[in-house]
Design a protein around this ligand. Sequence first.
Ligand SMILES: [Zn+2]
Length: 129
Amino acid sequence: MSNPSVVCHCCSGKTFEDCCEPFLSGTAFPETAEQLMRSRYSAYVTLNVAYILETTAPKFRKYYAAKSILEWASNSTWISLEIVSSEEKRVKFIATYLDDQQQLTRHKEDSRFEKSGGRWYFLDGKTFD
Ligand SMILES: [Zn+2]
């Protein structure tokens, strides 16, 4: 299936198989908020909408619709992920992509995560300058 020489979408420098792939396929669960954040970025790149929803905290899931996530993700050309800072429950990152107008966009987000029942979930995020 996946080519072992493919570098992971999340820019970790590891191969996809040794990085986000096990999380996206459900054979392993992220052990840190940063791993979850990286795997969610890879899920946008690979259009794995189910994973985006599953890893969003259940209480916030109602704010997200599979259809709009899929439209946005598939209309974007994902370029890179940069982790600015990583704490236990908080990750600041910059996701760079071309939007549906082919405009280069740097999405800077300070996002919060929580662990519940042994699993990490994305809570919410706000943009920063
Ligand atoms: Zn990865």
